[in-house]
Design a protein around this ligand. Structure first.
Ligand code: NAP
Length: 254
């Protein structure tokens, strides 16, 4: 049998029960990775479906539950993931939240929620795995940021700035750990057809406007995003670190 690039490796994916995270889990399983799919406990039913789908295709998938914004929960689910998989080779920080409000109307608690999940969550899960990656002399981290973190969008000041912070964090962590054999990159999706993405087009006119914004004239789908994530996790990306790659059908160009 031709070896697959994930054979013998394990990936931990947060927010994996649906949308982009689910598609990433299915793609990594198809590439031979042992998948540890993580989500918040309220998503148990959907996460179990992801596990079922992977097992039906003879892949390996374990589940862990927790809250990426809670340091104790992160320590617990990362330890569980390591016990289940033996070791983690790739971390995909995908869990995220979005809400819409003008700056005048963003409640301080809602501002904190965006940063707690999107930014602090990414930091905490990275931090919890760094020692193991250093010990192994290798590790791959892929943070799912957003083109919103580069260009911003009205009604999303809290979300977009939290994603800009994820991009900044990616640049810095990449430099801190490069000599330990660890790469850290970000993928910046455009507007992708998921529960979260649909906040950007709640009617036909808004959907058309979203399509018109892209050079390709169409919406993105979760499967459009997974190739970039798999690439950053692979040996093909061994000399690439600290980058933030737009996967947006041509909305922004730098
Ligand atoms: P999604 O469908 O809303 O899925 C996100 C998942 O993360 C959900 O299962 C969610 O659970 C989970 N989650 C939320 N808070 C969590 C926490 N504290 N701990 C663990 N899991 C948590 O979103 P998506 O569209 O697939 O987005 C995935 C990633 O891509 C996010 O980081 C998002 O910001 C980014 N992104 C998406 C788009 C887009 O257009 N869709 C564009 C750019 C970037 P609950 O729903 O129960 O909270």
């Amino acid at each position: 049998m031709i070896p697959r690039r994930g054979d013998g490796q394990a990936v931990l994916i947060t927010g994996a029960s649906r949308g982009i995270g689910r598609a990433i889990a299915l793609r990594f399983a198809a590439e031979g990775y042992r998948v540890v799919a993580m989500d918040i406990p309220r998503q148990e039913a959907d996460l179990k479906q992801v596990q079922e789908l992977i097992r039906q295709e003879n892949g390996t998938c374990d589940l862990v539950f927790g809250d990426v914004s809670n340091p104790e929960s992160v320590r617990t689910f990362v330890a569980e993931a390591r016990t289940l998989a033996g070791h983690i080779d790739v971390l995909v920080n995908n869990a995220g939240v979005l809400s819409l409000a003008r700056v005048d109307d963003i409640a301080p608690e809602e501002w904190d929620r965006m940063y707690d999940v999107n930014t602090k969550g990414t930091f905490l899960v990275c931090q919890a795995l760094l020692a193991q990656f250093r010990e192994a002399g290798k590790g791959r981290i892929v943070n799912i940021a957003s083109i919103g973190g580069k260009r911003g969008a009205p009604l999303q000041a809290h979300y977009c700035s939290s994603k800009a912070a994820v991009i900044g964090f990616t640049h810095i962590l990449a430099q801190e750990v490069a000599r330990d054999g660890i790469t850290v990159n970000a993928v910046c999706p455009g507007i992708i057809d998921t529960e979260m993405g649909r906040n950007n087009y709640r009617d036909e006119a808004a959907l058309q406007a979203v399509k018109d914004k892209t050079a390709m004239g169409r919406l993105g789908y979760p499967d459009d995003v997974v190739g970039a994530v798999a690439f950053f996790a692979s040996d093909d990306a061994s000399f690439i670190t600290g980058q933030a790659l737009n996967v947006c059908g041509g909305i922004i160009f730098h």
